[in-house]
Design a protein around this ligand. Structure first.
Ligand code: URA
Length: 435
């Protein structure tokens, strides 16, 4: 077998067999297949796709490339949550403490940013002192004692995905149903939870641009999860415009705290409550009643119990819980560039991917896999779709510690807005629940 033949086969649109997939994936993981050959294969997969059988093989090979976590020492039904990636998506930071406050044991492994989307691990690292790695025993002990621990995906979990994910991030090979399915499900299956709630994004700021593609991705992941004895629910949610008003690491954590405090933008609050309710339901804590699960999630948020849980979670992982009261403890950007409307009208579109890229270029994301993130960089959106604007009014502010980068981000953020004369119709945030 050789790599060039396998790349050519996929480039011509043929299905690869189990041995060929294993040869490439394990060869790459072990350092035998170089980056450039794996990049070529990933691009061929993006362009030609993979069958469901190939995707099932790829997921299993990636899962088995590393260790499988045993969470049986944690009491209760362990429920994981995973987003397929979006812009301004800080739901894990809200959903995990809400669900934990309701008694769902949260033993979660999260990822870093990918392409124009942010990652929970990068966001959490913007909390001063917060540590995203933990010995396995302490991880389990933390969940048993505090009810929640969220760490970075270790190199031992699906190492094939870790290497492929980093390569996809910088080779324009993120948007593929098979690659996303295998990437997410290999990690989720290895991470040991009993049940998984998937937040599958669709729209301009998602890897899946259309509802149909997002639905197909959701169904593939749910099928693969169920085939591996996991209880699965997928929520399909809108990612046409960014979620909430903050994009960028420290800015997003601050917004998550606002939501946990009972404030914050309505869209992020509504989606977080929905996802938390689905976790409570799968966690068998609501007697099978979605309505009861919704009430429990709402009560945890409104009573302040979820915020209290967030504080315990931050402190347990070395972070300074004082950030909850004093947001000046977060990294502050040296530059703030305002973006103003040139004409009056309504915001008819706000391209989430363009905003994600603008935030990345302002310093909030990586362009090369070894790039450092500027934790203070990002965008605060003043206006979102449906808002009325006057000429000269503030649309958004781009933050960063590198003036040139912040200005680039500001030019790109301006281009992400479409201003028209008619108020657009409201779109549905939660499009479907597949359970
Ligand atoms: N999240 C992942 O973990 N992998 C992907 O490929 C996309 C989103």
């Amino acid at each position: 077998m050789n790599a060039v033949d396998i790349i050519n086969k996929k480039r011509c649109g043929e299905a690869l067999n189990t041995e060929e997939i294993e040869y490439m994936v394990m060869g790459f993981t072990e350092g035998v297949i170089p980056d450039y050959q794996m990049s070529a294969l990933l691009m061929a997969i993006c362009l030609q796709g993979m069958t469901k059988e190939e995707t099932v093989d790829l997921t299993r090979i990636m899962r088995d490339s590393g260790e499988t976590v045993d969470l049986s020492a944690i009491k209760g039904v362990k429920v994981d949550k995973h987003s397929t990636g979006g812009v301004g998506d800080k739901t894990t930071l809200i959903v995990a403490p809400i669900a934990a406050a309701c008694g769902v044991p949260i033993a979660k492994m999260s990822g870093r940013g990918l392409g124009f989307t942010g990652g929970t691990v990068d966001k959490m690292e913007s909390i001063p002192g917060f540590v995203t790695s933990m010995e396995r025993d302490r991880f389990i002990e933390s969940v048993n004692e505090k009810g929640i621990a969220v760490i970075g995906q270790t190199g031992h979990i699906a190492p094939a995905d870790k290497k492929m994910y980093a390569l996809r991030d910088v080779t324009g090979t993120t948007e593929s149903i098979s690659l996303i399915t295998s990437s997410i499900m290999s990690k989720k299956l290895a991470a040991g939870a009993d049940a998984i709630v998937l937040d599958v994004k669709c729209g301009a700021g998602a890897f899946m641009k259309t509802y149909e593609d997002a639905r197909e991705l959701a169904v593939w992941m749910v099928d693969i999860g169920r085939g591996n004895n996991k209880k699965m629910t997928a929520v399909i949610s809108d990612m046409e415009q960014p979620l909430g008003k903050a994009v960028g690491n420290a800015l997003e954590v601050r917004e998550a705290i606002d939501v946990l405090r009972g404030d914050g933008p309505e869209d992020i609050r509504a989606l977080s409550l929905r996802l938390a309710a689905e976790m409570i339901l799968l966690g068998e804590l609501a007697d099978g009643s979605r309505e009861k699960a919704e009430k429990m999630a709402m009560e945890a948020l409104e009573s302040g119990k979820a915020l209290e849980k967030f504080g315990q979670f931050v402190a347990n992982q070395g972070g300074d819980p004082a950030i909850i009261e004093d947001t000046s403890l977060f990294a502050q950007a040296a530059f703030a560039v305002e973006v103003r409307a040139e004409a009056a009208g309504y915001v008819t579109a706000l391209d989430a991917m363009q905003i994600g890229l603008a935030s990345q270029h302002a310093g909030a994301g990586r362009e090369k896999k070894e790039d450092e993130i500027d934790m203070a960089a990002g965008i605060l959106l003043d206006k979102k779709v449906g808002d009325e604007v006057q000429a000269g009014e503030l649309l958004c502010t781009v933050y960063g510690n590198d003036k040139e980068k912040a200005e680039t981000g500001a030019r790109e953020a301006f281009a992400a807005y479409t201003i028209g004369s008619n108020k657009p119709e409201k779109t549905l945030l939660i499009k479907e629940i597949i359970d």
